[in-house]
Design a protein around this ligand. Structure first.
Ligand SMILES: [Zn+2]
Length: 419
């Protein structure tokens, strides 16, 4: 089997990579990425501070900064008044001049969002496409995205598009290998898009996109070393190791759905019993609530609403689900020894029963209380898969700003393609 080579865009670079290639262009790209990422992580630094902290010359940081300022990726902040000598001009990421498009390809409904490099939504639209094949669905989504751009891009440079979906996705080939929820197999996304959305385009899976968002905007600001568990209708786990998202040899790492969490003889589609998938997904949550006699429940959202209102049965069903999630969390902590185990998805919307999850980790993990102390809720309490999708493109901008700018469409090109 061919080993898949990791490409730019999924790596965290904090400085020029030594000993690889000697071409000036490569070095310039890497140094530009290092400056961009450093200012993203540490807004308010001056050019000379960036140079000193990265070990680059002041002249090259000045040259890089002017390229990034001109591209609308960085901007200067007001100088602090007072002091002597040359004024110190702080830099920050320009969140106003550019936009990123994020698309969550859902099984029945797709979310399209325009967001800033700050990860905040500027405009969005939901596109329903239940039971429609991939070709017709993508056509519908592209039309909605074009309308969103026409109405809200407002002359800003759109840096590219990040797309995320459930199931197994080959990020490097931009192919949805298998999305069982949508019934999509071997969908070559770029072929279907035919260059109609702002490029470059990244295609990834939901769990890795969620981890990317957490890395850029959430717990990643404090830790480069965590496991993110996504608990929704889909279940997955992503290992972030030294700031890198580990996709796995065949890009299928983090399949936790069929880990056994119960001795109950609850059958799973995989042929086994008591898997996390049949004990703890959002669908199961709703089913369990109905089985316990909760009235009016048709969807897991209803269970969350009832829990919020203090309904005891809803809270107990959620607590029970959290205990199953806690069993898998324990195994992940014991195996990977991460600094943090971050829980994202619907458990983050019900902090009232989070203690049950943590208590289960204290009981089941070999690391006991120390392991339990590392379990945190995602800082993103709003689980927005389209924003997460967009964050994969933000990462590409930070990892290789010159490459992205070089691939970004101008308005002229977009006009040319759409006619
Ligand atoms: Zn199973």
């Amino acid at each position: 089997m061919k080993r898949i080579v990791e490409l730019l865009g999924n790596e965290k670079k904090t400085g020029p990579r030594p000993g690889r290639g000697h071409r000036g262009d490569d070095l310039k790209r890497l140094n530009t990425a290092a400056v961009m990422k450093h200012v993203f992580d540490h807004p308010g630094l001056s050019r000379s501070e960036v140079a000193a902290q990265l070990g680059l010359s002041a002249a090259s940081v000045t040259a890089i900064a002017s390229t990034l300022l001109e591209a609308g990726l960085l901007r200067t902040m007001p100088s602090p008044s007072g002091g002597q000598g040359r004024p110190r001009v702080p830099l920050e990421v320009d969140n106003q001049s550019t936009l990123v498009m994020g698309i969550h390809l859902g099984p029945r409904t797709t979310g399209v969002v325009l967001m800033g490099l700050d990860g905040v939504e500027r405009a969005s639209v939901l596109v329903p496409h239940p039971g429609i094949d991939p070709v017709a669905s993508i056509e519908k989504i592209v039309l909605a995205a074009e309308a969103l751009l026409a109405e809200h891009a407002g002359g800003k440079l759109v840096l590219g598009t990040g797309i995320a979906t459930g199931g197994i996705v080959d990020r490097h080939a931009a192919v949805i290998i298998d999305n069982p929820g949508a019934g999509w197999q071997n969908v070559h996304v770029l072929d279907l898009l035919a260059g109609r959305l702002p490029g470059p385009v990244i295609v990834d899976n939901n769990a890795r996109a969620a981890a990317q968002s957490e890395l850029l905007y959430g717990h990643g600001q404090q830790s480069d070393d965590f496991v993110l568990m996504v608990i929704t209708e889909d279940l997955g786990a992503v290992l972030v190791d030294d700031g890198r998202i580990r996709a796995g040899y065949s890009q299928t790492a983090g399949q936790i759905a069929h880990l056994r969490v119960s001795d109950e003889q609850v059958p799973c589609a995989c042929g086994k019993f008591g898997c996390l998938a049949v004990m703890a997904s959002d669908v199961v949550l709703a089913k369990n609530a109905i089985a316990r006699g909760l009235k009016g429940v048709r969807h897991s959202d209803h269970v969350l609403e009832l829990a919020e209102a203090g309904n005891g049965i809803a809270l107990e069903v959620l607590a029970e689900r959290n205990r199953y999630v806690g069993r898998v969390a324990s195994q992940l902590i014991d195996i990977h020894d991460p600094e943090l185990l971050v829980i994202a998805g619907t458990p983050a919307e019900t902090p009232a029963v989070f203690a049950d999850l943590v208590a289960e980790v204290a009981r089941s993990a070999h690391g006991g209380a120390s392991a339990a102390g590392r379990v945190v809720l995602s800082s993103d309490h709003i689980f927005s898969l389209s924003l997460f999708a967009g964050s994969t493109l933000v990462d590409a901008v930070l990892s290789d700003p010159l490459g992205v700018i070089g691939n970004t469409w101008s308005e002229v090109e977009r006009e040319a393609v759409s006619h």
